[in-house]
Design a protein around this ligand. Structure first.
Ligand code: SF4
Length: 309
């Protein structure tokens, strides 16, 4: 029996669900019960009735699943699969910002630790950052940690935004020069980019959106060739799901090494040995959950989600 089938069997036996981010390896994508962006994964984690969640992504995502489903066992197959951007801000930084700007509300991207979420007012993803910043009852916003996403939102929102200087090393490696080169080579292909890209790249794009927005765009556009400004895992997914269209990276392939740490072997051992379980204190879960629930409310027209706390 191959490893994918062994994992499927163990999943059934352990009543486990496998949630995978769009940037995961092809072989992990193929066995996912749900494949999506941070917002979609957060919704799945909140709604599942499985006993165990195997989270194929990076640590902050597994922590988010634990916060939204605290009675579930949440496993991250590789203990050191972290997000460098999430490490660019700490809870102490947020507390200091709050002292400096007492009249501001803190909006933190989900790419943050559970501790940072716990001291924020509301979280956001790249899918709903604009809605969250527009809807939150404050004229002054502290936005952390991704500067490119913050500046993208600022273009559309008439509020004062204090933007932290974090960045994604994968998306910020996409340069305007390489984007122009590929656009010149295939001028009929629309360019869609992630808002974690730098401003000069965003300015060249036909559309800006989260990976979920990119999937939707790829399905709906009449264009047969599309240039994607994001991590190569999403291109892998689209090539499999939409074989009659062609997808090109915006320059050289950009790979998130942290996302790629998870392999079929580590997923198998994760299920077999219950490793590595995410543990968070009740206090952190309670406070972080408030920030996440506010995000889910703002981004889903106040629809109630299943809540365990
Ligand atoms: S792609 Fe960027 S933001 Fe996403 S996990 Fe990797 S480093 Fe973090």
């Amino acid at each position: 029996m191959n490893l994918q089938n062994k994992i499927k069997k163990l999943k059934e036996k352990n009543r486990a669900i496998l949630l995978a981010h769009n940037y995961q390896r092809k072989e992990i994508q193929e066995i996912a019960d749900y494949l999506g962006d941070s917002l979609g994964l957060a919704r799945q984690a909140a709604a599942t009735d499985a006993d165990t969640i195997i989270f194929c992504g990076v640590k902050f995502m597994a922590e988010t699943a634990k916060i939204l489903s605290p009675s579930k066992k949440v496993l991250l197959p590789e203990i050191d699969a972290g997000c460098p951007m999430a490490n660019m801000i700490t809870a102490k930084d947020i507390i200091e910002l709050r002292h400096k700007h007492p009249d501001a509300k803190v909006v933190s991207y989900v790419n943050t630790s559970a501790e940072v979420k716990a001291v924020s007012d509301v979280c956001c993803t790249s899918s709903n950052a604009m809605e969250v910043v527009k809807n939150i009852e404050a004229d002054k916003i502290i936005f952390t940690p991704d500067a490119n996403l913050g500046h993208w939102v600022q273009r559309f929102v008439d509020k004062e935004m204090i933007i932290w200087d974090g960045f994604c090393y994968v998306h910020s490696r996409i340069t305007p020069e390489e984007v122009k080169t590929i656009k010149n080579k295939i001028p009929d292909a629309p360019l869609i980019v992630h808002p974690e890209c730098r401003k000069e790249v965003i300015d060249l794009a036909d559309k800006v959106g989260s990976t979920a927005d990119m999937v939707k765009f790829a399905r709906e556009t009449e264009a047969k060739r599309i240039i994607m400004g994001t991590e190569e895992g999403l291109i892998t997914r689209l090539k499999r799901e939409i074989p009659d269209k062609k997808f090109f990276p915006a320059g050289t392939s950009k790979i998130c090494q942290n996302m790629k740490k998870i392999t079929l072997e580590s997923v198998y051992f994760s299920l077999k040995k219950d490793q590595y379980e995410i543990h968070l204190s009740d206090e952190i879960i309670k406070s972080a959950k408030k920030s996440l629930n506010r995000m889910l409310e703002y981004s889903n027209t106040f629809k109630q989600i299943k809540s365990e706390v």
